[in-house]
Design a protein around this ligand. Structure first.
Ligand code: ZN
Length: 57
């Protein structure tokens, strides 16, 4: 599973394949692979606490 994020509305979700459109707002072509929470923690170490808060809805 790869995590993706919509560049328009910021909605994050996981998908096994390349999503065609954002499942939340329906925008086509705006969905990009998103870094995992671990990647964010490693990149932005000073903001470690905020990066740990992943949205799971
Ligand atoms: Zn969206």
């Amino acid at each position: 599973m790869t995590e993706y994020q919509c560049q328009k509305c910021g909605y994050r979700f996981e998908s096994s394949g390349k999503p065609y459109a954002c499942p939340y707002c329906g925008e086509i072509g705006k969905v990009k692979p998103s870094p995992t929470a671990d990647d964010l923690i490693n990149e932005i170490s000073p903001r470690r606490k905020e990066a740990k808060e992943t949205k799971k809805e």
